[in-house]
Design a protein around this ligand. Sequence first.
Ligand SMILES: NCc1[nH]cc(CCC(=O)O)c1CC(=O)O
Length: 307
Amino acid sequence: MTTTVRLGTRGSTMALAQARHVARELESAHADLAVRIVPVSTHGDRWTGSLATAGGKGAFTSEIDALLQAGDIDLAVHCLKDIPGDVALPEGVCVAAYLPRDEPWDALISRGGLRLDQLARDAVVGTSAARRQAQLLRARPDLRVKPIRGNVDSRIARLDSGDVDAIVVAACGLRRLGQEHRITQVLPAELMGPAVGAGTIVVATRTSGEAYSLVMALDDPDSRDVSLAERALLHRFGASCDSAVSGHATLDRDTVTLRAAVYAPEGDRTLSTVVAGDRTAAPALGRQAADELLALGARKLLDPYLR
Ligand SMILES: NCc1[nH]cc(CCC(=O)O)c1CC(=O)O
């Protein structure tokens, strides 16, 4: 007998591509399982003003998690990066699977195929992410950063219409859209420290029930452990992907290494640290990195009211 589960996702092209990927993985892991994709238009998708007024990036994920909690859908596919560090998942909802991580790097797309160091003086780069703005200005203080919101397709359209000279978007997001040929330069970690959770798709379910057991088959323990280290950092800061924070954990045998930094929005100050330890202590590593950065004065950079 076929079991059908309902998968909730945002309706953007990237979100639907991710949802279809998860649906295929689930259907090949379990015979007789059918996944029905339910696109959800969130408040965050409809809002065109600043993200801060929309309730932050959490506006994208928490509405879908509420449907999960209410039983209107059975699983939700999220970019881990979009889940804020300061808002807990609703009661009775958990991350049942961390998918294997894709590349976490950001990519520059510029008109004329110019790399970051080749952009004209005062060139206009479109991004709304404080983390990207800070690191762009750190490398190139002469650039002008223009906020552009919206999904990846619409940001590419803003570049093509001549509104900006370049944009910075997630490399894996472009690949998921079949747009990787547009990449001018993949920005290395030294230039652009990645966002916490970048490149990692997670699947949330209710903590008990059939969907949870079905989805657990997709969990990648390596991806889970590096994610736990990065997420603990963000959680300690009470930050989200709107914050000028980078955090990137890697795994070598059983050792997790976490590189983390906090940036002043204008790129004129960076606080960074590297911590390492056994994978079983991944969350403690994230807290340790956060505490080291807080001891260096990170709170002042994170909180606009203290700057
Ligand atoms: N801000 C939206 C968002 N959330 C996750 C990704 C990329 C995909 C991922 O990291 O899994 C993107 C696009 C981007 O930042 O350019």
